[in-house]
Design a protein around this ligand. Structure first.
Ligand code: ADP
Length: 577
């Protein structure tokens, strides 16, 4: 607040000096005309020195408001940005399911910038403009009320003109922003999917699509500049008109001896002080609207409460044994009509290796994501080590669960940093050990700079199998008692699939493991197989038991792999998925 008051103080002081300087000029010209030469010279020197001092002070004021004012507003922006970012970290999966990343980003960037601009320039512009406008008129009225009235006549039409064009400009700006957002979206989409574009050799199609957006933007810019040209030339026209009008009327007044020549000069110096505030005040209305709508958008997000929060008496989980129980669990996603899971009961013992199979979309991933509480069960309960997951703190619960996802997300940075993500305080030796356990050490060493190889955005330079092994190394490092593994469906060739499988088996040792399985090899290692269907868990047992039972699993298995029934481990189960 102190910085804000100083900012205001210096703004007002600066504005006051701007008002005083023409008065000094008036004195100087007055002296030239009416004093005898020697005295006039002394007076001019004195006034000259005073002007110089005022100019230095004005420099200081401008410097202060520009530098410290902006610094203050960017500090405020910094705090809000941190608050928003922290809030994003708190929000749960269901929030992000409904949001576009681009929009969430623009709230952190442009919206906050609009707010800080308003916060800094708004009050300052308002105060300075009002002081200048009122101050100039008061002074002019005292100098010569007739000429002041003439100058004043032009203010209302000029203001009206500015407001009218400003309105039009706002509409065009808004359209402009929309168009640029569209273009950005298009570019983002195209670049993220550039591999698909190229594989379909659809570059021309993409160029055509882009041309539509680009043309639209060009047209909107044309309109933008049209209005801007009208606005600027209009305001400039008014300013010149004001000058000319003052000169003409002033000259008449001089001929009638109602105005000294020196006062006419003063008047002309003040004209700028009249037109500039009008321009600023009009611009302020737009800044105000942008800033306030940015503010609203900011609070809209900040006021969203994470739908999954620690209960007030949540306990810190220590290392789990790894027993997982589903008790009559039903779940549906927000804004959907159907339950994905209905009345599921399931017991998984510590150290068990369970494979989940079933057609795509049946709810395997969903079932797994309920255990770390990424989503809240709609009814029933999930217990880990005999206690409801809702009774643990989310942090300690998730610390106990390792997840290897199908689509591995690697952060920019090198291999070492990416594995360290599993446990940020791990030493380099621990990381290398984890990589060895995950069968990743050898391929990492063959990279150009070993563990310090930069993986690039989203790890595009690594193969699917390599990424999965890095992700497995992360979980080795984290060393959780519960493991959830969403197997990559089809991106791995047989060889890398085998290596990944070996890594997974090593990782699964002494942990409760749930695998969303798409391949025979993973299913075979399972101590229990759960077959999920629309109606829930259809069958469960070991491979042999289920084959003997001769139910859905056996049928699926025989249907798809009739000739390889017992001989091979390599066949993908992908067709069932
Ligand atoms: P699986 O892993 O067996 O392929 P999922 O658990 O991914 O199945 O999906 C189960 C069902 O829930 C599907 O019908 C899917 O469309 C739906 N679904 C998955 N994720 C979401 C979500 N975030 N919001 C709404 N519906 C979802």
């Amino acid at each position: 607040m102190g910085a804000f008051l100083w900012d205001m103080f210096f703004s007002i002081l600066g504005a006051a000096i701007m008002l005083v300087i023409p008065l000094i000029v008036r004195h100087i010209t007055h002296n030239v005309v009416y004093l005898e030469a020697g005295e006039a010279r002394r007076e001019i020197i004195r006034l000259g020195i005073l002007s110089l001092i005022l100019i230095v002070i004005e420099y200081g004021c401008n410097f202060w408001t520009t530098y410290y004012g902006h610094r203050m507003s960017s500090r405020m922006e910094y705090d809000m940005r941190a608050e928003l970012f922290a809030h994003y970290q708190k929000l749960s999966f269901s929030f992000f399911d409904d949001q576009k990343v681009g929009h969430l980003m623009s709230r952190v960037t442009t919206d906050l910038f609009d707010i800080s601009e308003l916060f800094h320039h708004g009050p300052e512009d308002l105060v300075i403009s009002v002081i200048k406008l009122v101050g100039s008129f008061t002074i002019l009225f005292f100098i010569n009320w007739r000429l002041a009235l003439v100058a004043f006549i032009l203010v209302p039409p000029m203001t009206l003109y500015a407001i009218k064009l400003n309105k039009r400009m706002k509409i065009v700006y808004k359209r402009n922003r929309k168009k640029i957002a569209e273009i950005n979206g298009q570019i983002e989409e195209n670049l993220s999917g550039i591999r698909v574009v190229k594989s379909f050799a659809n570059e021309e199609v993409e160029k055509k699509k882009f041309k539509v957006g680009n043309d639209g933007f060009l047209e909107s810019k044309r309109q933008n500049y049209l209005v801007m040209a009208q606005y600027q030339s209009g305001i400039n026209g008014f300013t010149t008109l004001l000058n000319v009008l003052v000169v003409i009327v002033g000259a008449f007044l001089i001929t009638e001896n109602k105005l000294p020549v020196t006062d006419l000069v003063t008047f002309l110096l003040y004209v700028g002080n009249v037109t500039e505030p009008i321009r600023k005040l009009v611009a302020f209305t737009e800044q105000y609207q942008n800033g306030m709508s940015g503010f609203e958008r900011f609070y809209e997000i900040i006021n969203i409460h994470p739908d999954i929060e620690d209960s007030p008496n949540a306990v810190e989980a220590h290392r789990f044994e790894g027993k997982i129980s589903f008790r009559d669990v039903s779940f549906r996603y927000e804004n959907t009509l159907q339950d994905v899971l209905a009345h599921v009961d399931l017991e998984i013992e510590p150290g068990e290796y369970v494979a989940l199979i079933g057609p795509s979309g049946v709810g395997k991933t969903t079932l797994c994501s309920l255990i770390p509480r990424f989503y809240e069960v709609s009814s029933g309960a999930i217990l880990v080590d005999g206690r409801d997951v809702r009774d643990y703190t989310q942090k300690s619960l998730r610390r106990n669960i390792g997840i290897v996802q199908q689509d591995v997300y690697l952060f920019s940075g090198d291999v070492m940093e990416n594995i360290r993500y599993g446990r940020p305080d791990a030493t380099d030796e621990e990381i290398i050990l984890a990589a060895k356990q995950a069968n990743a050490h050898d391929f990492i060493m063959s990279l150009p700079e070993g563990y310090h190889t930069d993986i690039g955005q989203r790890g595009v330079k690594l193969s699917g199998g390599q990424k999965q092994r890095i992700s497995i190394a992360r979980v080795f490092l984290k060393n959780p008692p519960i493991l959830i593994f969403d197997e990559a469906t089809s991106s791995l060739d047989n060889k890398s699939e085998k290596v990944v499988q070996k890594s997974l088996e090593a990782l699964a040792q002494n942990r409760t493991t749930l695998v969303i399985a798409h391949r025979l090899s993973t299913i075979r290692s399972a101590s229990r197989i759960l077959v999920l269907s629309e109606d829930g868990i259809d069958e469960e047992g070991t491979h042999e038991e289920l084959m003997e039972k001769n139910g859905v699993y056996a049928m699926l298995y025989r249907l798809q792999f009739p000739e390889f029934l017992e001989e091979t481990d390599d066949i993908e189960y992908a067709h069932a998925n």
